[in-house]
Design a protein around this ligand. Structure first.
Ligand code: ADP
Ligand code: ZN
Length: 521
């Protein structure tokens, strides 16, 4: 038998040569009984940071995880390595649960995964008080952040661990936390004395590209044919229906594409996920239900056919590409209709007004990322509190700098047309007025009598859509979530309407080909 040092455990139990960058320091910290806050990108190797101290210290390591569906897999994988692991969640039958509890008290377990709602029950806490404890690991710790996209109320109660077991070290881990969320984790979990291990968020091998939607299926097909032949990747869509339609269509185009969403039978999902993990060239078309905990290193691309609802979601989803460090691409196609749809979903969702306002704000930050003309990566990283010293050279804006144009005149037309039609209509109808279209809706509302009717004939519909999108992104217009996407003027457009301020907009380059320079890594 070898001594139970962390390095020995890494090599003999897990079969890895050496620690990755921050792992060793984190493990040392926890092994010595200290608290730790670990922020590390997905795929960085967070699990070992609590698994190894659980084995190195005496007693059992308690792992809190919201991902009940993954617990069994994780535990089975550990058992195969010879680790005494178990889990407690609502999916377990009574008899098995009792056995696990028995093993816990008798000190036979090395690691025990518990769902948060189970952990905070008085009964479970009483059980823990009888067991020898090595540590508490709080996985997906960003779930404690109330305004975060994965908030779980049960996480708020986890502070009780510190109160009841002040001498047991705690390690909180997450892959996504902007500075504000980091502060919230520290505060809510009383981790003031924790050592913080914040790894860089940059994923230099991922090329970020964001384009406006213009026949998105063609855009996707071009991308797959020209750049990704034979590669595995993920295509995200907002709705289940679109997932199924897109997967079926890709199959007709000769791709090995499979759908994945929460509405499919469990067996189908399992099977499709298996194929994706095992085979080399499967494209999985999925809703955001797909991905948490999926570990496939050679995902070469992630395409978003709809805009994610926050920068954090975008970063998390694109982060599933290129974990092996080889070049990978994240391509996002977005349009104004995405913003309208997301806002409507948010408006009709449950949650307080304040929560909705916060969601709204996150959406506009995401839209801002889509519309910027400077380095995408620098903007993305700044959001997580990371500073990039210079433009990255591996995003669309760096590879193909955006052109801008003086759009003051058409912007004034657009804004006054919104005003004249009483801020009660969405972009499509306002564009119809501007372009002087003759249709029933125009006649019904007498919009052919407006002074702005037909003044914008000189620009194509796509050009007008680009203008409206950028106006929303920059906050000159907002979309009324309760009014079928009606556009509303904001205070900030006054100077423009008065002609006091010129406005430069970006020329859209969706129609251009993908950047021809691929950075070599
Ligand atoms: P995270 O939880 O941060 O997303 P994981 O803990 O799932 O990441 O680890 C990602 C992958 O990296 C896993 O396949 C894991 O086995 C592997 N891994 C972690 N640490 C090491 C290491 N030191 N050496 C080799 N592989 C490692
Ligand atoms: Zn860049």
């Amino acid at each position: 038998m070898t001594a139970n040092t962390p390095l020995n455990i890494l090599q003999h139990t897990f079969g890895y040569e050496a620690f990755r960058q921050p792992q060793q320091d984190i493990i040392d910290c926890v092994c010595q009984g200290g608290d730790a806050l670990v922020i590390m990108p997905t795929g960085g190797g967070k699990s070992l940071c609590y698994q190894i101290p659980s084995l190195a210290r005496s007693g059992v390591g308690i792992v809190v995880s919201p991902l009940i569906a993954l617990m069994e897999d994780q535990v089975n994988a550990l058992k195969e390595l010879g680790v005494n692991a178990g889990y407690l969640n609502s999916a377990l039958d009574l008899r098995t649960a009792q056995q696990v509890e028995q093993d816990l008290i008798s000190g036979e377990l090395d690691l025990l995964y518990i769902a948060p709602e189970r952990l905070v029950q008085p009964r479970t806490l009483a059980l823990l008080a009888q067991a020898p404890l090595a540590l508490f690991a709080i996985d997906e710790a960003h779930c404690v952040a109330q305004w975060g996209h994965d908030f779980r109320a049960d996480y708020l109660s986890l502070n009780i661990l510190h109160e009841r077991f002040p001498n047991v070290p705690r390690i909180a881990l997450t892959a996504t936390a902007d500075q504000r969320t980091q502060a919230e984790i520290v505060e809510r979990l009383s981790l003031n004395n924790a050592q913080q291990f914040i790894s860089g968020f940059d994923r230099p091998n991922i090329q970020y590209r964001i384009q406006q939607k213009d026949k998105p299926r063609n855009q996707l097909l071009n991308f797959l044919q020209l750049e990704q032949a034979g590669n595995a990747g993920i295509v995200y869509c907002l709705s289940r229906k679109k997932v199924e339609e897109t997967a079926a269509w890709l199959v007709t185009q000769g791709y090995d594409a499979l759908p994945y969403h929460a509405g499919l039978p469990a067996a189908t999902r399992q099977q499709n996920q298996m194929r994706f993990l095992r085979d080399d060239n499967v494209i999985i078309v999925a809703t955001i239900a797909f991905g948490m905990g999926i570990d496939k290193p050679d995902v070469r691309f992630v395409v978003h056919l709809d805009m994610p609802k926050s920068v954090e979601a975008y970063y998390q989803e694109t982060g599933r590409a290129g974990r092996d460090g080889d070049a990978a691409t994240a391509l996002l196609l977005y349009g104004l209709e995405d913003v309208v749809k997301l806002q409507q979903m948010m408006a009709t969702s449950e949650g307080s007004e304040e929560f909705k306002r916060h969601e709204q704000q996150r959406l506009s930050v995401m839209l801002g990322l889509c519309e910027i003309t400077t380095c995408r990566r620098a903007t993305l990283l700044r959001y997580f509190g990371d500073e990039l010293p210079h433009p990255c050279g591996n995003c669309d804006n760096c590879l193909q700098p955006a052109d801008t144009w003086d759009a003051s005149e058409p912007v004034r037309m657009a804004l006054s047309c919104v005003y004249r039609s009483e801020q009660r209509f969405g972009a499509s109808h306002v564009i119809d007025i501007l372009r002087g279209s003759d249709n029933e809706k125009i006649r019904k509302f007498g919009h052919d009598k407006l002074s702005t009717y037909g003044i914008g004939k000189g620009l194509a519909i796509t050009e007008w859509r680009s203008i409206f999108r950028q106006l929303v992104a920059r906050g000159y217009l907002t979309v009324d979530p309760n009014g079928y996407g009606s556009l509303i003027l904001t205070e900030s457009c006054r100077p423009i309407l008065r002609g006091e301020e010129p406005i430069e907009l970006r020329k859209d380059k969706a129609t251009l080909k993908a950047p021809s320079v691929r950075k070599r890594l």
